[in-house]
Structures are given as C-alpha cells and as structure tokens.
Design a protein. Sequence first.
Length: 187
Amino acid sequence: MIEKILSLDTDLLIYLNNLGSAPYDGLWLMITKQLNWLPLFLLLLYLIFKKLGTKQTLYLLLFVAVLLTWTDQITNLFKNGFQRLRPCANPEVNPFIRVVLFRDSYSFFSGHAANSMAVATFIYCNLHRYYKHFYLLFLWPLVFAYSRIYLGLHYPVDILSGFLFGIISGFMFYKIYQIIQKKYFPL
C-alpha cells in the first residue's frame, strides 16, 4: 500500500514539475523565497494592528513566533526521522524532473508548506470575522508550496502532509491563544 502511494506521489511530482518551463523558473525561484513575501506580511501586520491594536498585535505576533518555532522543529524531527531524499537529490527520480533548485537535505514533510499553512490558519481564525474575503489568505501557502514542487524540492505528499500538519498546528495554537487571551489579556 505504501509503495503504491509513493509511486503515485512520484508520478504526480513528475507530471506537475514538468508543467514548468525555463522562462518561468525565475518567477518560481522568487516565489519560494520567504523574504519576497514581505509585502504580504506587512499588509497582514497592518490588518492585524488595525483591528486589534498594539498590545493584542504584539501578543498575537508572539504566538506566531512560537507557532513557527513549533512547526519548524517538528518538521525537522520528521525529516530526520523519515530521511526521505528530496526529488532533486534522488537518483531514481531526478532524471525525470526539471531540477531548478538543488538541496541535499531531506524532504518529508515540507517546512514551507507546514509553516505557511500554520500561520495562515492561525491568522485566519483570529481575523476572518473582520474581513469578508479573508479566506483568500490561503492562496499564499498554496502558491508558496507549489513552488517547491515546481523547483523539484518536494513531492506532493510532502506538501499535503505539511499542509495537514500546518492546519492542525495553526488551529491548535488558535485554541490555546483564545484560552490564554481570555484569562490574561481580555479585549
């Protein structure tokens, strides 16, 4: 069963990765860098500050920092535990994909997917009642994570697992945030 899933995962990777072409490589290299998302992060910071004020914004940002630390450390635990080679570093796979960026670290599961989905989920849970179309925030982790497949750095199962872990972590931290906020920092 696992072998069949991994085979389908590899086939889907090869298909999705080969949809790319050299003229778009620069765009996807730009998309995969966290620093290039700074305008989105600043917009989110502004929206959070606008609705919550200084004290609550700082408190929420503290939770985001702890959430990122959590997801990043658990991701590393899984990567070192499973030791799944990245597609670009896997000699059985890399001849069939476009390797745009090479990393020799492990692949399962995607830290980019987990971190971005965790933060998006946490922020969405806190602010969706204030903004009608705030669900569009989830476009960020979707595009961000797809860049990892495009570049040949992750399998689709790595991304989906990262998304699942990110959603669970983001929602869990939201619930903890609510409990602590009500007890120590009521609005």
